[in-house]
Design a protein around this ligand. Structure first.
Ligand SMILES: Nc1ncnc2c1ncn2[C@@H]1O[C@H](COP(=O)(O)OP(=O)(O)OP(=O)(O)O)[C@@H](O)[C@H]1O
Length: 366
């Protein structure tokens, strides 16, 4: 069992670089937590602090109630799976999976039992005599998972474990990792910069940027109720569109957004949150999928522009849309027939609008 808690944790590297700032995070036993953010945001550093591979500059890290800041890696009941797999090239699959147990002097028949059980779950039991060089990328990744599984750790730590796999295999391995978590009933902490992976796998996602946690929440929270423009922009494909403008005529129950000729009556649920924000500079967010191609939307919800680009993506298409000189990107059904330069009217789903303070980027809605 492992509840993992960061309390005001800081990480400064020896060159003075401040990689993680005031991290507070309470990971529940058996939870699947995904650390998500762009390259260099401090995800791996955070994971390595849990593993004991990086020391902690300040604050406390607890496993259950015990402070483990100074516990060496082998005294932490965690297993780590790396992007590079880190397999021993000259050992068989069996020996790779069982190596950690052998080092810990686990009896031979117990090793045999645990290796075969893990290999069975991962469907690599027919490969136990091979060397890593005789395996595909996905099979190697399973061996790396198997090596972590046989240790029966209290927590699994995974650093971009799927990033070396091709797109199709990544999706099927995601499903397997999710199943593994269900079957193992263990805490998982998983690092990725891939939003789709985070949304699929996580019980809760921790979005980081520049060493600072931006938001912690369920995939639904993070996608539907982003706290700031960083989180809103990091998730979504194509990314959310922003239109800067002002709030005019708020009276607590109605509110209007305006940028030049473009004006929307905001729904009452949004108006209620704005209070007396008359004249406030705001950034309106429209997710790429939150438009419909019909001019028959609710009053004041239609935006008109020209088709700038058309990118088919299988079942959908991405539409580049010129709104009075600003390019927006929307995701629409593939059956909509357009030519470059066409005038189109898109109806915006006003109930799914996002609204941020223009200067701070913080949400005005939740
Ligand atoms: N040993 C080190 N000394 C100094 N700075 C470091 C060291 N290791 C990492 N950093 C810096 O700390 C920051 C966070 O690194 P980290 O590896 O945690 O990022 P990340 O979010 O995992 O990125 P990526 O997805 O690229 O692996 C980066 O700016 C990195 O350059």
């Amino acid at each position: 069992m492992a509840r993992i808690r960061f309390e005001h944790v800081e990480k400064k590297y020896s060159n003075g670089f401040h990689a993680v700032k005031d991290l507070n995070l309470d990971i529940q036993d058996k939870e699947f937590i995904v650390l998500l953010g762009p390259s260099g945001c401090g995800k791996s550093t955070t994971l390595n602090m849990i593993a004991g591979l990086e020391d902690i500059s300040d604050g406390a890290l607890r496993f259950d109630d015990e402070i483990v800041n100074f516990a060496p890696p082998h005294r932490r009941d965690v297993a780590m799976v790396f992007q590079s797999y880190a397999l021993y090239p000259h050992k068989s699959v069996f020996d790779n999976i069982g190596f950690g147990l052998k080092m810990r002097k686990v009896p031979r028949d117990e090793i045999e039992r645990r290796v075969r059980e893990a290999a069975g779950k991962l469907e690599i039991d027919h490969l136990l005599d091979r060397r890593p060089s005789q395996l595909s990328g996905g099979q190697r990744q399973r061996v790396a998972l198997g090596r972590a599984m046989v240790r029966e750790p209290a927590a699994f730590l995974m650093d971009e474990p799927l990033s070396n796999l091709d797109a199709a295999l990544r999706i099927s391995m995601r499903a397997e990792i999710k199943e593994l978590h269900r079957a193992m009933q263990t805490t998982f902490v998983y690092v990725t910069h891939d939003q789709a992976e985070a949304l699929t796998l996580a019980d809760r996602i921790v979005v980081m940027n520049d060493g600072v946690v931006q938001q912690i929440g369920t995939p639904d929270d993070i996608y539907e109720r982003p706290k700031n423009t960083f989180v809103a922009s990091f998730l979504g494909n194509p990314p959310i569109n922003y239109i800067d403008g002002q709030i005019e005529s708020t009276d607590g129950s109605t509110a209007r957004f305006r940028r030049g000729d473009l004006a929307f009556d905001l729904p009452a649920s949004i108006a209620a949150k704005l209070g007396s924000s008359h004249g406030r500079e705001v950034r309106l967010g429209i997710r790429a999928e939150d438009v419909d191609e019909t001019a028959a939307g609710a009053a004041g919800s239609v935006i008109r522009g020209k088709v700038n680009s058309i990118l088919p993506v299988g079942s959908d298409q991405f539409l580049g849309f010129d709104l009075a000189g600003q390019e927006l990107f929307f995701r629409v059904g593939k059956d909509l027939a357009h030519n470059l330069g066409d005038d189109v009217a898109l109806s915006v789903d006003l109930n799914r609008l996002h609204l941020f303070d223009k200067d701070s980027g913080e949400t005005l809605l939740w």
